[in-house]
Design a protein around this ligand. Structure first.
Ligand code: ZN
Length: 122
């Protein structure tokens, strides 16, 4: 891969990381604030949620979203170090080339489409 291309992906990765970091801390704040409001007025909560008997439903949902974002942050950091090492754009599993279309869609993906599919079907 050309250096200029790598730099473009690097900038993209940095931008995604900055956005995710912002989102994660904002969501954590909301989740924490909610946990401190136990027994507070739940009038705004849809009835079906109340029927589930889970006051923490929304908080758990937010926290699981955050977990996914933490995973993504890990992938982004790994991709950035592959850019530093000059191996970015190569599949970490089969060493094949990851098509640019895939990198453009998911710049932090560590594997090619074939390996990603094999992983899902395992
Ligand atoms: Zn592969």
């Amino acid at each position: 891969m050309k250096k200029a291309d790598m730099l473009a992906y690097k900038n993209k990765l940095l931008a995604i990381r900055a956005r995710l970091r912002g989102d994660v801390s904002a969501m954590a704040e909301v989740a924490l604030r909610k946990s401190g409001m136990e027994g507070a007025d739940n009038a705004g909560m849809p009835i079906h949620m109340a029927e589930l008997g889970s006051d923490n439903f929304e908080q758990e949902f937010t926290l699981s979203l955050m977990e996914t974002e933490e995973d993504t942050l890990g992938l982004i950091d790994a991709a950035l170090s592959r850019i530093e090492g000059g191996t970015y754009g190569r599949c970490t599993q089969c060493d094949g080339t990851i098509p640019k279309a895939r990198l453009t869609a998911i710049p932090y993906t560590p594997v090619c489409i074939k390996c990603a599919e094999a992983r899902e079907h395992r």
